[in-house]
Design a protein around this ligand. Structure first.
Ligand SMILES: [Zn+2]
Length: 417
């Protein structure tokens, strides 16, 4: 089996220009004594919006690895795929995020639910999991209800897994199962039941992305009860450690935190929990790199700043269309969005202050930031004009991309700093 390393960071490179700047952050981590391997992820939705092919992600990753002499593993993630979208990722990817969130709640055959509960009497009653103070209390009925809710989704993950394994060979890729893009979080006892079902389905899962408690909006901080998150995160880690032993799942199975960029208020809890359980972490940061491109362009001034302003003006003009596909993962107060005319009058510093995620800066505007986060389609439409600006201002953009990953993400999550 292709084994995923203990610590990994998902990075998104919408326009395939920042792989080297991203990998530089992993090189800096390495120099500080912790190996964090990069996983370049791009979903089918992003490929469709940008008009790119999965092979371009592989090519950019390979080139960056060659250029920087990176000796550790790295992966290319077919992000949030399903049976309908996975085929174009077979050649380029060696990491598959099987997204079964939309299958949650779809009914599995009643006989399958009964068979699952019959196979797992250990899940019923008082369930003592090492590392969790209060034993979980379940009944046959409650386990049946959880199985009825998730079994079809896990079976669907099995179908996608086998589809990929038949085409690539089971030893040639890393499997993640994601359930994050749904309304309700999965509780730690639910996670345990889901893992039992995944083991039954014989999916060699190395990472799982549940929906955690609280809001994980794109590119902005966590919104929710940090204490409750910390408690559930630790209980999830305990449930995983237990499931690995009890059900023979891969020993390196770890949690994946999706929409993980910029969740500064929970990074300490993630770091401390992983340390306590000697567990790995996959932190997915995706779209935050695209925002650093805009910051770099704005900071460069001249044509770069003009392009950054144009992206905002167009994003504002098309906000409903841009926001629609991301409605569950953004919270934009439209009354706090500056007008295009206002932004057109901004200096470099005004633009970067509004966009850069520095909560101590009174000019920081999370609404402005979230709208631009979903606005990459505008830059994609600009085509070569946008890409030329990236290339003309490469140093300024790269500096921001690297610093964001290193200072604001890798340091707090993986080094506890
Ligand atoms: Zn996700």
């Amino acid at each position: 089996m292709l084994t995923l390393e203990k610590f990994s960071i998902g990075v998104g490179d919408r326009f395939a220009h920042q792989a080297k700047a991203q990998l530089t952050a992993c090189v800096m981590a390495e120099k500080s004594g912790v190996t964090v391997i990069p996983v370049w992820n791009k979903s089918n939705r992003e490929h469709l919006i940008v008009g790119s092919e999965p092979a371009s992600v592989r090519a950019a990753a390979d080139a960056a690895v060659r250029e920087l002499g990176w000796k550790h593993p790295y992966h290319v993630d077919a992000d949030h795929i399903n049976l309908g979208t996975v085929d174009r990722f077979i050649d380029a990817s060696d990491f598959y995020t099987l997204d079964v969130a939309s299958a949650i709640g779809q009914p599995a055959p009643a006989a399958d639910v009964a068979a699952f509960v019959g196979r797992h009497p250990e899940l019923i009653g008082r369930l003592s999991v090492p590392g969790i103070a209060e034993p979980f209390a379940t009944t046959r009925k409650s386990v049946e209800a959880v199985a009825a809710k998730y079994l079809f989704a896990v079976q669907e993950a099995g179908r996608i897994y086998r589809h990929v394994a038949e085409r690539k060979g089971a030893d040639h890729f890393v499997t993640e199962v994601s359930m994050d893009e749904t309304d309700l979080p999965q509780t730690p006892p639910e996670l345990l039941i889901i893992l039992a079902a995944i083991a039954d389905e014989k999916i060699p899962i190395q990472t799982i992305a549940p929906k955690f408690t609280g809001r994980f909006n794109k590119g902005v901080d966590y919104v929710g009860d940090v204490k409750q998150f910390a408690k559930e995160f630790e209980e999830d880690l305990a449930a995983i450690a237990y499931a690995v032993k009890r059900y023979g799942l891969p020993a390196n199975l770890k949690l994946s935190v999706h929409s993980g960029s910029d969740k500064f208020s929970i990074y300490k809890a993630i770091h401390d929990g992983a340390k306590k359980f000697n567990a790995g972490v996959h932190l997915k940061t995706a779209g935050t790199t695209w925002l650093e491109e805009l910051i770099g362009l704005a900071e460069a001034g001249g044509n770069g700043l003009a392009i950054a302003k144009e992206v905002y003006a167009e994003a504002l003009a098309h906000k409903d269309e841009l926001m629609a596909p991301y409605s569950t993962v953004i919270d934009i107060d439209q009354s706090k969005l500056p007008t295009a005319a206002e932004v057109n009058g901004w200096t470099s510093q005004q633009y970067t202050s509004a966009l850069r995620h520095d909560q101590k800066n009174p000019a920081y505007n999370p609404n402005f930031r979230q709208l631009l986060h979903v606005g990459f389609k505008i830059a994609a439409k600009m085509g070569p004009r946008y890409l030329d600006a990236l290339e003309a201002n490469e140093a300024m953009v790269a500096k921001n991309v690297t610093a964001n990953l290193w200072e604001r993400h890798i340091k707090p999550v993986f080094l506890g700093q």
